[in-house]
Design a protein around this ligand. Structure first.
Ligand code: ZN
Length: 368
């Protein structure tokens, strides 16, 4: 683990049964055992190492039994690199209707067929053991924002009790079980949760319950308070955060792993991420622009196609548009984390990325 002298940024390598993950790193999201519009070979070429898939969605469709029947998640989806599955907690709390939370778990109505489904810590871990990802996540209660402090405290304490049940249920030691720090926007609740989780000596830790509608400055503050309390020698994963500024600021606070649907979702809306900007390819200025999206980008899209061509595809709603933009956007954001990694190693992170770091005063840079 190499650290930055001016911030809490660090560089590391996390080993999994399907290969190493160099951190800091962005993880593309493949909700339903695919990163939308990309083949695994195209995904590999973006620089992706670990990808994320979704327990809640895979449980509903096709069901973990079918994934296991197909040889487990890696073989089923044709991705031989590391995979992380989330626990389903976030989706149950954010997507499902008619949910009922108890100490036992959560009951909710399936959006597929209206059936009542129960997800408990035990059930989430059993499903994740069956899916077979390299990293699995504890089942947590993710309170919405805004919500009362009492409710957040109740959810945070329940999340800890659920974590103990997850650890008890977990049967496949080759899968690394990460705990999730909850605590909403309350730094004392976050600190208490982080300290309690650290005692359990898990292989990795996540900060959850952020990016649920609160102001970016609040996210920065939560991360700045929580990340340094987590063990130095274990990976730290900030769930659901993935824009340039949020990534840079979180890395400066000591975060290693990120995931976010934004690069692929924007691609499907005809939007390219270029050097920190967001371009709508439907814009008239691209119609006769025969340059690549970014002449310095190493991706397949930028090496072979022009803005004019992609603009044409987007206007025509051709599926290739979404593939080309997904390739570019994922490459762009992974390269952003790779460039940060390089600059930390060279000792120039705080200077090279000042554009992203200095726009927010809530992050203290320790000048040493
Ligand atoms: Zn590109």
């Amino acid at each position: 683990m190499t650290g930055c002298s001016q911030t809490k940024a660090r560089v590391g390598v996390f080993h999994t049964p399907h290969g190493a993950v160099e951190t800091p790193r962005f993880m593309p999201v493949g909700t339903l055992a695919n990163v939308k519009t990309l083949t695994p070979a195209q995904l590999r070429d973006t620089g992706a190492q670990m990808i994320l898939s979704n327990t809640y969605h895979l449980h509903l469709q096709p069901g973990e039994g079918i994934v296991a029947g197909g040889g487990g998640l890696h073989k089923f989806m044709g991705w031989d690199g590391p995979i992380l599955t989330d626990s389903g907690g976030f989706q149950v709390f954010s997507l499902s209707e008619m949910r009922k939370i108890s100490e036992r778990g959560v009951k909710f109505r399936s959006p597929h067929d209206g059936q009542i489904i129960e997800l408990t810590p035990e059930r989430s871990i059993e499903i994740q053991n069956t899916l077979g990802a390299d990293i699995i996540m504890a089942f947590d209660e993710c309170p919405p924002y805004p919500v009362s402090r009492e409710e957040v405290e109740t959810a945070t304490e329940r999340t800890y009790r659920w974590l103990l049940r997850c650890i008890e249920t977990h049967k496949r030691p080759e899968q690394a079980l990460f705990g999730i720090v909850q605590g909403g926007i309350y730094s004392d609740l976050r600190s208490r949760a982080a300290n309690a989780l650290t005692e359990l000596d898990l292989p990795g830790y996540a900060i959850g319950g952020v990016s649920v509608g609160e102001e970016p400055e609040l996210i920065h503050e939560i991360v700045r308070v929580t990340a340094p309390l987590l063990p130095v020698n274990k990976p730290r994963y900030l769930m659901g955060v993935g824009t340039y500024r949020e990534i840079a600021i979180a890395i400066a606070a000591g975060i290693d792993l990120f995931d976010c649907v934004i690069p692929t979702r924007w691609a499907r809306h005809g939007t390219a991420m270029v050097r920190g900007e967001r371009w709508n390819l439907k814009n008239a200025r691209f119609r006769e622009d025969f340059q690549p999206l970014d002449a310095d980008c190493p991706c397949y899209t930028c090496k072979n196609f022009t803005r004019a061509y992609i603009s044409h595809l987007v206007r025509s709603q051709e599926i290739l548009a979404y593939t080309l933009l997904s390739i570019h956007n994922i490459t762009e954001i992974i390269h952003f984390t790779q460039k940060i990694r390089q600059s930390i190693l060279q000792g120039s992170f705080a200077t090279d990325f000042a554009r992203w770091l200095n726009t927010d005063n809530s992050v203290e840079l320790e000048h040493g």
